[in-house]
Write a protein that binds this ligand. Structure first.
Ligand SMILES: [Zn+2]
Length: 64
């Protein structure tokens, strides 16, 4: 089924509408979006509109 969602482009900060058609298959955890704002690609969760990069907290480097 066709699913549309809004995600925030990390390069420009714009909200962008994405869409994904999974057909008869289950909706994948992340879909690759050809971003209209920055003309790059992002991995977005079609259920929440969150980017994969948002959900992987970068470990803080130790400070010595
Ligand atoms: Zn973008």
């Amino acid at each position: 089924m066709m699913r549309t969602f809004i995600y925030r482009c990390p390069a420009t900060g714009y909200n962008v509408q994405g869409e994904h058609d999974s057909g008869a298959l289950p909706v994948p955890a992340y879909v690759l979006q050809d971003c209209l704002a920055c003309r790059s690609f992002h991995l977005v969760d079609p259920r929440t509109g969150r980017l994969m990069a948002d959900e992987v907290p970068r470990p803080k480097p130790p400070e010595f």
